[in-house]
Design a protein around this ligand. Structure first.
Ligand SMILES: Nc1ncnc2c1ncn2[C@@H]1O[C@H](COP(=O)(O)OP(=O)(O)OP(=O)(O)O)[C@@H](O)[C@H]1O
Ligand SMILES: [Mg+2]
Length: 243
């Protein structure tokens, strides 16, 4: 595999007595798209939040772009090039579309100016241009997901963590969201994707890990996992074949 941009070793994360993530180890290589799939409550969001230091870890180590992230504040990880698009989009509802994109652009020094970056985002999502001055929170779920993805266009991260991009979207918008991720992948972005929409995630991913009750039970290429529906069904109780 190519050089590693993100590595978790024996990651343990919990909420008080609840041990949500129990000794997970995984890697993401340069330019790779890796999926973590698992049922409701498997620990996917907990992993993502721990990787971007939004949650403290109780054990293990995480390295992002070669550096240990222990004690590094979440915003400093953003400056290093780690963008986390959380479950529920992570946009600022009371701000306009344009202001949300400005914050994303300014979160980290970029080669391109804001006008140029904004134009690139609007080319990909013309609908956002039409909504530029609208409060983000008043947009539809699909439009809000476009805005969340557009953050990675105005300021392309070196590593993208994206949690359930298809959540609550109509089938057409699910396809659109995965098309955009495929574009990011082709452009060489390293992507760690968490999804319950297993088929779409595995179709996109180079490799995938199957998470069950806080533990990684196996990993394989996306294609091999897609082909072994039986094996998957055992581990993915919730919505195994949606999408
Ligand atoms: N804030 C919290 N306080 C206590 N327990 C929590 C908290 N957040 C999550 N948990 C528990 O941790 C476990 C993992 O939750 P997590 O949200 O990571 O799952 P998930 O795989 O993202 O699920 P989903 O597919 O439903 O988003 C679950 O048992 C959940 O109930
Ligand atoms: Mg979740």
């Amino acid at each position: 595999m190519a050089e590693t941009v993100l590595e978790a070793r024996e990651l343990h994360v919990g909420y008080g007595p609840i041990r949500a993530v129990r000794g997970c180890s995984f890697v993401l290589g340069t330019g790779e798209t890796v999926a973590i799939v698992g049922a409701n409550g498997a620990g996917k969001t907990t992993i993502m939040r721990a990787l971007s230091n939004l949650l403290p870890r109780q054990g293990g180590a995480v390295r992002v772009l070669g550096e240990d992230t222990a004690g590094v504040p979440a915003h400093a990880l953003v400056r290093r090039g780690l963008l986390h698009i959380p479950e529920g989009r992570g946009i600022v509802g009371r701000l306009t579309v344009r202001d949300n994109l400005r914050i994303a652009h300014d979160s980290r020094a970029t080669a391109s100016g804001f006008t140029e970056a904004l134009a690139a985002a609007y080319r990909r999502f013309p609908r956002l241009e039409a909504r530029a001055g609208q409060r983000a929170g008043s947009m539809s779920g699909g439009e809000q997901q476009m805005l969340a993805l557009a953050k990675a266009i105005v300021n392309p991260p070196r590593v993208l963590l994206i949690d359930e991009p298809s959540l609550g979207l109509a089938p057409m918008m699910v396809r659109e969201a995965f098309d955009v991720l495929a574009d990011f992948r082709r452009a060489g972005m390293a992507i760690l994707l968490v999804e319950q929409n297993v088929r779409s995630a595995l179709a996109l991913a180079d490799r995938a890990y199957v998470l069950r009750q806080g533990e990684i039970v196996f990993e394989d290429t996306g294609a091999a996992l897609l082909a072994s529906a039986e094996r998957l069904r055992t581990h993915l109780v919730a919505r195994p074949s949606s999408g």
